[in-house]
Design a protein around this ligand. Structure first.
Ligand code: NAI
Length: 629
């Protein structure tokens, strides 16, 4: 079989940059006409790349305008090193083992290409590029005798190499397809990883979205088991752009939709999706999951996961992740603000002002300093509220059904009754378990002090609204803030929302916005992708809602096999007997189970018989099996 040779271009291939443009930006940084000149340079470079008129004279014009110095080129090198294409960074092993058959041919300049390519094991004699002419530390011209400074130079150089085998050219300039047409190379691959849209401009060209894909389709050794661009991510409900960016940066193919999808639409869209991102409005049903053959993980870009059939996801080996703490701080800040507003009657006074009434009296307006705050549910939010409230001088008491460590000087009380009798402000932060329905009803309001302030930002069904209304009417409750309701609209901007609390000036009503801040949305969009990417790359299930949690070490020089199975006795023994049948050296093994599934990670040394995989897959309890690197 003919040997394979690989020729890479430099700009937008090895590096995600157009180096001449970068160099111009550096050189013109302090120029008073910088904006105008940079624009001119952009047009010039486009013309050079398209081989419009004579590239030689265009280059002379470029150098005339920019006059780069040695320092500018050094700065360019350090910038380009930070812009090396991700899939190239991942696959250095390929460059090392194929160094004899890898070339770089580009109309860029050797002065900055060579230092950038240093870490890729490419022989100096395999790098072809233009050369600058220097005069006392400044670039004054370029080597006009070099074929790469003229039209068709690249093709000439490649032809002259006379490589004895099949030559693959990987470039980001469509003109280079001429090399394939002219029979100079076997195939031209149009490299699109560094094009923002990732779209193919000409249907007849073979495009490759990453080096992983190129290595995968050409059966060449690669650092990962599967090209990342083949991992399809679907993000619904207008998830913050940061999540899109993070998945793209990882090399996945990402599709984004602003709205939620109903079951039918979801079934259609989810078919070849590996990772699905939703918020609270998309319902993940059994039927949808049955139609998602490739789904390995779901990211709930919110706190709650009630909208997902978690049990069924577990049965199907789909890991679900959420963002349990990302909006904690936002909720706490809102509650702190509300305590102050209610203590000072701010909303009533504001309403009066809107009606033209000047009521400056201090009657019933109090500081929060020294007042007793009672927190019901001392989880993520409750405990953080405790810290902030205390730092503002409140005395904090809390009740939780679980044993919780008090933070600062907060005092734990043994019953909800004891708490309600003691405090001036009650704030509810319990979770949404069914037993918490009407946790605060007539009886509980009855136990509270006269003039209490009541706040609920947890779940709507936790509070009996009629009972709250009665106690507002009687004056027992001085003021309240309610952010969550037993029935909430499905869509934003609903105009006919009704609550029995309408019309009370001493009640702050908000449309479930406790966690709705830009910071929280961004933090969710950073947190969830990180957990999912970690799961895909290492098998780690930390902070998964439905999988047994395993934190796994990074792996060197071994394969990682991930087996998800129904949790019945004897599966691990069965898997291990297969390993021993194939004489496999197990480097490490980790097992964790929950009531439904077992999750086994086995790290094995590099070489193994491929039949091993088949046998492990055929263990009857297997739900999912995947090989990492
Ligand atoms: P978490 O799960 O960390 O804490 C809940 C705590 O409540 C746990 O410690 C649990 O043991 C305790 N608990 C449950 N039932 C209880 C009961 N009957 N009596 C006393 N303690 C009880 O939850 P996290 O993150 O602190 O969230 C708290 C609530 O806030 C949740 O209901 C969540 O859905 C809601 N939330 C509301 C937001 C909003 O925009 N308004 C945003 C984020 C969360």
């Amino acid at each position: 079989m003919a040997e394979k040779f690989f020729i890479f271009d430099f700009d937008r291939v090895f590096v995600n940059a157009d180096s001449l443009y970068e160099l111009a930006k550096i050189s013109l940084k302090k120029h008073p006409d910088r904006r105008k000149l940079t624009k001119e340079i952009k047009n010039l470079i486009n013309a050079i790349r398209q081989y419009q008129s004579d590239p030689n004279s265009l280059l002379i014009e470029y150098i005339d305008i920019t006059k780069p110095s040695r320092g500018d080129v050094d700065m360019l090198v350090s910038r380009l090193k930070k812009q090396i294409t991700s899939s190239f960074l991942r696959n250095k092993e390929f460059f090392e083992s194929f160094s004899e058959r890898i070339y770089v041919v580009s109309d860029s300049f050797r002065e900055y290409m060579e230092p950038v390519l240093e870490e890729f094991y490419i022989h100096e004699t395999h790098i072809f590029g233009n050369k600058f002419v220097w005069e006392s530390g400044k670039i004054t011209g370029f080597d006009k005798g070099n074929p790469l400074s003229s039209k068709d130079g690249k093709l000439l150089v490649i032809k002259d190499l006379q490589l004895p085998g099949n030559v693959y050219l990987i470039g980001a300039n469509l003109n280079d397809r001429e090399a394939e047409k002219g029979g100079i190379v076997k195939k031209f691959f149009f490299f699109i990883e560094n094009f923002p849209s990732g779209k193919l401009p000409v249907a007849t060209i073979t495009s490759i979205p990453s080096l992983d894909e190129f290595l995968f389709v050409n059966k060449l050794p690669m650092s990962i088991s599967y090209p990342k661009n083949r991992i399809k991510v679907l993000l619904l409900e207008g998830i913050h752009r940061q999540a899109y960016e993070r998945f793209r940066e990882e090399g996945y193919s990402v599709e984004v939709t602003q709205s939620s999808l109903n079951e039918e639409e979801l079934i259609e869209r989810i078919k070849d999706v590996s990772i699905l991102g939703i918020r609270s409005r998309t319902h993940i049903t059994q039927k949808a999951i049955d139609n998602a053959q490739k789904l390995i993980a779901i990211g709930a870009f919110c706190i709650g996961t009630n909208q997902i059939d978690l049990d069924y996801c577990t049965d199907r080996g789909i890991a679900v992740f959420n963002a349990p703490f990302s909006n904690t701080r936002s909720v706490v800040e809102l509650v702190v603000g509300e305590i102050i507003m209610l203590m000072r009657n701010v909303f009533e006074k504001s309403s009066k002002m809107h009606r033209g009434i000047w009521d400056k009296s201090a009657k019933g307006c109090r500081e929060i300093r020294g007042k007793k705050l009672g927190i019901i549910g001392y989880g993520n939010i409750g405990s953080q509220l405790s810290v902030l409230a205390e730092s503002m001088g409140m005395e904090v008491y809390f009740y939780d059904i679980q044993d919780k460590l008090p933070l600062g000087n907060a005092k734990k009380v043994d019953s909800i009754e004891e708490l309600l009798k003691k405090v001036d402000v009650v704030s509810v932060h319990v979770d949404g378990r069914p037993a918490n329905r009407n946790l605060i009803s007539e009886r509980e309001f009855g136990l509270m002090k006269k003039g209490v302030i009541f706040i609920n930002t947890s779940r709507g069904f936790v509070v009996d609204i009629d009972a709250l209304r009665k106690n507002l009417d009687s004056g027992k409750v001085k003021g309240a803030a309610v952010d969550v309701f037993p029935e909430e609209p499905k869509r934003n901007y609903e105009e006919n929302f009704y609550t029995a609390l309408r019309g009370y000036e001493n009640v702050i009503l908000t449309p479930h916005i406790g966690g709705s801040t830009e910071e929280a949305q961004r933090s969710i969009a950073e947190f969830v992708p990180e957990k999912i990417i970690n799961y895909v790359n290492t098998g780690s299930t930390i902070s998964s809602v439905n999988f047994p949690e395993l934190a796994l070490p990074e792996l060197n020089d071994a394969h990682r096999l991930i087996h998800i199975h129904r949790n019945v006795p004897g599966v691990l023994a069965r898997i291990n007997s297969i390993f021993s049948k194939y004489n496999i050296n197990i480097v490490g093994q980790y097992l964790k189970t929950n009531e439904k599934i077992g999750y086994v990670i086995t790290d094995v040394s590099r070489e193994y018989d491929k039949n091993l995989i088949k046998e492990i897959k055929s263990v009857p309890e297997t739900i999912k099996f995947r090989v990492l690197y």
